[in-house]
Design a binder for this molecule. Sequence first.
Ligand code: CP3
Length: 345
Amino acid sequence: MGDLKPLLAVLGGEARAVPPIWLMRQAGRYLPEYQELRAKAGSFLDTCYNPQTAARITLQPIERFGFDAAILFSDILVVPDALGQKVWFETGHGPRLIPLESDRDIEALAENFDLGKLSPVFETIDRVKGELPKSVTFIGFCGAPWTVASYMIAGRGTPDQAPARLFAYRRPEAFARLIDILVEASTAYLIRQIDAGVEVLQLFDSWAGVLPAHEFERWVAEPLRKIIAAVKAARPGVPIIAFPRGGATHLSRLAGTLGADALGLDTAIDPDWAVKEIPAGPALQGNLDPLALLAGGPALDREIDSILRSFAGRPHIFNLGHGVLPETPLEHVSQLIERIRGTGN
Ligand SMILES: Cc1c2[nH]c(c1CCC(=O)O)Cc1[nH]c(c(CCC(=O)O)c1C)Cc1[nH]c(c(CCC(=O)O)c1C)Cc1[nH]c(c(C)c1CCC(=O)O)C2
């Protein structure tokens, strides 16, 4: 037990006095060394598909901060790309895709799916795995079907994913087909990531919070359940973290029904509520406000301490409630890690 990597120990149900820590979007624009590599590497998607650069970027936050986990540098929108939908990233505007419209557009995805297109990602994994310090866990990921579908329908980021929500109400059969295609493609993609060398998977459902209860069950919970069951059947023993952002009170039910080894909590979840209302089983991951990390100072210390107090005694992975913001000062990340590991003062 003592020589398990800290993150794997907690995913196996162990509560640690010093929780393992990693941050969503830990490889990214707040790091000058990331900016430097990105400036040389062409488009964002080209960067994701350049194994040498993507491996370097994956390792950067480990080298600088010594996090307990490395997360593969890639994006959730490589799956639509492998399904043959055109995807690109416009600087300052985020992702763009040619929006799906007809039933034919959706059926074409299943016909065009080519996991081989993602072979650079598997090569990145292969390069990273040999370079990690032995206490560091390697996390692979994909977007959850609902979140990925919401970008595929809208063709861009939107404030509330209204285009996909409307599509799902108006054409539920077509939307269900799209979700099924994504369940299948994501399952195959995750299995290949495991075979390439990741040790844990995280499913990002960033837009789970915009749906009413019945839609949440159908488009968030059910597809997540199917992917988790299929991956676990194919590759038993690989822990899975589900992050349904905005999952709110649904989380208390998902704990026992999703099959995930950990649930990610977003910033809005009260940790005391989570500890009381989410049944024991999955570890809990989260949920420092990314803006507290950006702010730093005594406010950051106070938020860290309060989170540590609330989750004490429970298997807990320290993380943010959403991704690191690009303006975040590097010293604040050091402050966070030192405070958690007790080397601060
Ligand atoms: C919704 C979503 C996307 N991508 C992702 C999600 C789910 C998590 C979330 O909600 O944040 C997931 C993601 N995106 C990225 C990672 C890499 C690993 C990590 O460090 O966490 C991960 C896990 C890199 C990235 N993905 C993106 C960047 C910035 C690209 C750049 O360098 O300009 C990075 C480092 C671009 C991206 N990619 C996406 C958007 C909306 C954007 C533009 C907005 C933004 O920049 O934050 C889609």
